[in-house]
Write a protein that binds this ligand. Structure first.
Ligand code: AVI
Length: 324
């Protein structure tokens, strides 16, 4: 059975107002910025799926391979799990691989995402592959979705929260700590978290992953301006902004930027924005933090988790932690 819960009364309007407010605020900061969560409109989500198929972007493929070889080991370290919550399920493929190894068949799976298209796709994939599951889709932010699932004791048995794809890397370190604490607050003792994280690797590999030779990542990044134009009445000349990926070693993050090719004025009527970019001035659109394997146990510990399993392959780690 599949259900849809929407956690905002008028999500379209609320999200448009929030988008306008964020564009007005971040585009006038120095350095200029746009939050990475707005990369994922329909086209952006499709471009991200294409990125996951590129040979230079290995996160999704490596994680899928780790899940297919390690899912049994993951469940063997957990008590019986009755509820699985996946934050940002994407196509649902990874959860299908994980759940195929679940010793429990009668499991309720909660999918949490702001994209209705992603929720439909993931729910359909899960039910097609594993029809005994109960699937509930929550069109919500991760935080609202976690809250809706009920807090400690809200589910009948033990809960496993799944946060894959190195999505944690799109939070800055204080944001990642705060987010993990929120996840922990929704869990009780013996519940667990499975976290996927991309690891630090040579700069040349990181730059190819975020500035690929086919230009798919460039299109993904520049589509953010297309979205601002369409949804907020902006007049960005998209050709006049170049995609740039930078490895910031001191901060351990890959940054994506959109760099103005010339001095130019941009107006976004729906956000009340009127700004002039210098040639070479950039809009910082995303940070993707890369971890060292030894960073993960202390990070989880700070949030109230204890690592009970860790598996690595090709510069990527899956970490299983239980709620202390
Ligand atoms: C979704 N997120 C983990 C991706 C990442 O690697 O930071 C988004 C992405 N940005 C550029 N390529 C992929």
């Amino acid at each position: 059975m599949s259900m849809r819960h929407s956690d905002a009364s008028r999500p379209g309007e609320a999200s448009r107002a929030a988008f306008a407010e964020d564009v007005a605020y971040y585009l006038t900061q120095r350095p200029r910025q746009l939050p990475s969560r707005y990369l994922y409109d329909d086209l952006g989500s499709s471009l991200f799926e294409a990125i996951c198929r590129l040979p230079w972007y290995r996160i999704a493929k490596t994680e899928q391979s780790l899940l297919s070889t390690r899912a049994g080991a993951i469940f063997s370290r957990l008590p019986p799990i009755s509820t699985v919550v996946e934050l940002g399920p994407g196509s649902g493929e990874k959860l299908v691989t994980l759940m195929a190894a679940s010793p429990e068949r009668d499991v309720t799976v909660h999918l949490v995402d702001v994209s209705p298209a992603a929720l439909d796709k993931a729910a359909t994939a899960l039910l097609a592959a594993l029809p005994l599951l109960t699937v509930a889709a929550h069109e919500a932010t991760y935080e609202a979705g976690l809250a809706a699932i009920g807090g400690p004791g809200g589910a009948a048995g033990h809960i496993l929260v799944v946060f894959l794809g190195s999505n944690i890397g799109n939070f800055d370190p204080p944001g990642a700590d705060a987010f993990l604490r929120q996840v922990r607050a929704a869990l009780g003792h013996g519940d667990a978290l499975l976290l996927g994280t991309d690891l630090v690797k040579p700069e040349s590999e990181l730059l190819l992953a975020y500035d690929d030779p086919l230009g798919v990542t460039a299109a993904f990044n520049r589509n953010l301006l297309v979205r601002v134009n369409r949804e907020l009445g902006g007049d960005f000349d998209v050709d006049q902004f170049a995609h740039r990926a930078v490895w910031n070693a001191a901060a351990s993050r890959v940054e994506m930027h959109l760099v103005s090719r010339s001095r130019q004025r941009v107006q976004v009527r729906g956000a009340g924005v009127d700004v002039t970019f210098d040639a070479g001035e950039s809009i910082w659109t995303e940070s993707s933090y890369k971890y060292r394997i030894d960073d993960l146990p202390p990070m989880l510990d700070r949030a109230g988790f204890q690592v009970i399993g860790q598996w690595q392959e090709d510069g990527f780690a899956l970490t299983l932690a239980d709620a202390r």
